[in-house]
Design a protein around this ligand. Structure first.
Ligand SMILES: Nc1ncnc2c1ncn2[C@@H]1O[C@H](COP(=O)(O)OP(=O)(O)O)[C@@H](O)[C@H]1O
Ligand SMILES: [Mg+2]
Length: 371
């Protein structure tokens, strides 16, 4: 009689995240048993796909056709990074239980009777190409239950970062910034604060032809424009109480445009956009967790030294740490969260926190394309 193979004590998932910054895909191999990241690959999108995904964030012609093609493009881009990740880590595809695939957000309109969110990804094509089960569309169920569908990372942050002794806040600086509030008494909060890299990236692309402002050096060469900063901070979103989430639907260069003086120097605008990110985060933390003494930063914006300095100045009593200090490099946290969410789906465990998203209750998040 054939004996069964020994049970693999590891539970391997791949998390695939491509965020609002549109800098490409982060893929991690995640062991849900030990909650460890075992490998990471980042790949930019092909330039034409990136341009089209950016364009699809705004209304345009023949959108259904273009969105379907872009969803195919995202699936192929994801399949490529999965192949790289499996090769790099020597992992047979049969040992991966599922891919937790975010897709590319092009619209985020939660709330109300007709709320929806769109993450472009052809999950069926990804399952065909990767020959691994795909868990995707991870936000829609929370919105169907009356929630924001975002942020989803606070539950993962709660599982990963120790907040038993003191209240801890986790700050993700992606295209948009979001905070997770991990109270020592077990309560977890979280919401999107506002724009982080999406405006700074767009502005430096327009004026310097660069993808992003490395270390915030260009911003540091300018002066903050106090009137512009005050006008931007008057945006009603910042004062809304949670639950709340946002995206490029609101925060795009067209949002900035009406506030710009014609003679504003581009580097001064960049300095002001960096200050806007720092102020909106600091204000949100002060409003919702004034007692926080530890802030753990992650996401690509955590590599922006000027931004981190500005945050430090606005939050003098708070120790600024990096997720890397807690064993998770800054560009792996979000992808690991989506691997963890796939694991939650496979185990039929809820992935959302109703206290964060505002959903009517805990829900199993995601839709499955079997291998
Ligand atoms: N060295 C750096 N200096 C400044 N900004 C950086 C640096 N590295 C990455 N970034 C920023 O981080 C962004 C990517 O962050 P990421 O966490 O992947 O965001 P998203 O989840 O929206 O994709 C880039 O677009 C860029 O703006
Ligand atoms: Mg990214």
């Amino acid at each position: 009689m054939a004996s069964l193979p020994p049970t693999d004590p590891r539970r391997l998932y791949v998390g695939l995240m491509s965020g609002t910054s549109l800098d490409g895909t982060d893929a991690v191999l995640f062991d849900a048993g030990s909650r460890a990241v075992l490998g990471h690959v980042h790949a930019p999108f092909p330039a034409a796909l990136r341009d089209e995904l950016l364009a699809l964030n705004a209304p345009g012609g023949n959108e259904l056709h273009r969105a379907a093609l872009a969803a195919n493009g995202v699936a192929r881009a994801y399949a490529d990074v999965v192949a790289q990740l499996l090769e790099q880590t020597g992992t047979p595809r049969s040992s991966v239980i599922a891919l937790g695939a975010h897709g590319q957000t092009v619209r985020h309109q939660p709330g109300g009777f007709d709320g929806y969110t769109i993450q472009l990804l052809n999950g069926a094509l990804l399952a065909e190409q990767a020959r691994i089960a795909v868990v995707c569309d991870l936000r829609s169920r929370d919105i169907a239950a009356g929630g924001q569908g975002a942020p989803l990372v606070p539950a993962f942050h709660r599982a990963m970062f120790d907040a038993a002794e003191q209240d801890v806040a986790v700050l993700n600086l992606g295209g948009i910034s979001n905070l997770s509030l991990l109270h020592a008494d077990g309560r977890t909060g979280g919401f999107d604060c506002g724009p982080a890299n999406c405006l700074m990236d767009g502005w430096i692309a327009q004026h310097q032809g660069l993808g992003f402002d490395a270390d915030g050096a260009w911003a540091a060469s300018g002066e903050i424009l106090p009137d512009l900063l005050a006008a931007l901070l008057a945006e009603p979103y910042f004062a809304l109480p949670p639950p709340k989430s946002t995206g490029r639907d609101l925060f795009h260069l067209g949002w900035l445009q009406p506030h710009l003086a014609p003679d504003a120097r581009p580097e001064d605008v960049q300095a002001t956009l960096l200050a806007l990110t720092a102020h909106t985060v600091a204000d949100a933390l002060t409003a919702h967790m004034p007692q926080a003494r530890r802030l753990i930063a992650c996401g690509g914006g955590a590599r922006n030294g000027q931004l981190m300095k500005a945050l430090g100045r606005l939050l003098p009593g708070v120790t600024l740490a990096s997720s890397a200090d807690h064993g998770l490099p800054v560009d792996q946290v979000e992808a690991a969260a989506f691997a963890w969410l796939a694991h939650r789906f496979i185990e039929r465990q809820p992935g959302n926190l109703p206290g964060v998203t505002g959903a009517a209750g805990p829900r199993v998040l995601g839709a499955l394309h079997p291998a």
